[in-house]
Design a protein around this ligand. Sequence first.
Ligand SMILES: N[C@H](CCC[C@H](N)C(=O)O)C(=O)O
Length: 270
Amino acid sequence: MLTSFYKMHGLGNDFVIFDERTGHLPLTPVRIAALAHRRRGIGCDQLVTLRPACAEGADVFVRFFNPDGSEAGACGNASRCVADLIWRQTGNRTPVLQTRAGCLPANIAPDGLVTVDMGEPQTQWQQIPLSDPLDTLSLPLVGSPAAVSMGNPHATFFVDDFSMLSQGSALEHDPLFPDRANIGFALVENPTRMRLKVHERGAGVTEACGSGACAAVVNAVRRGLVERICEVELDGGVLRIEWAANNHVLMTGSATMAFEGTVDLAAYAS
Ligand SMILES: N[C@H](CCC[C@H](N)C(=O)O)C(=O)O
């Protein structure tokens, strides 16, 4: 039996999206990893599932899974893609996405750009989480990164070049991060623009990372390096991030429908 899926991307950060709103699918961590495999599977940075929302006012419950089968509490680029998909299906330009990190209101503008309210950043060590009660503005690692959670853990290194990118995997698994972490390398160009590359937890280096961009701007503002509205240039394109006065972080960027397909899930390891 064939199962339909959507293939979408946000600035080249790509996703396979399964709609489980009419019935749950047998998506085990092993099968998720097999489906996400670039050669033996469909291939994606994250696999996303949609289920009926249970939160008041939400339109859909969204979960995000990395290619290693681990689950992420947040995924900014995929959230924009799901918001865009809901709009395509229903005409609703203001869908609300329920996620494990909370409900995220979205808005699809007439020009097609999607804004998602990614909620409030969490800056306490227990919320990241870290293994010890440390100052999250400057961690005791080479490069003194800042840490924040956007519903998923992020450490941001402020750099003059991207030579540290190769250390992403070791940093992801540093004992300081009991749940591992997404590792961002930010090069601040001026108070309203930065370049960013991210080694994603459970996925490796991606073309873009929405929650990573939110984390980088929050950490840069905390350090006094950028203003609260900042453009973030990733390999796959530019996101506009605003850490608003109400403490919510707004992320605006494109969402792209690449193709729809079908797959025989039984053909993949369970
Ligand atoms: N690509 C996603 C981030 C995935 C985060 C995931 N790697 C994790 O384990 O937290 C984004 O656009 O925010």
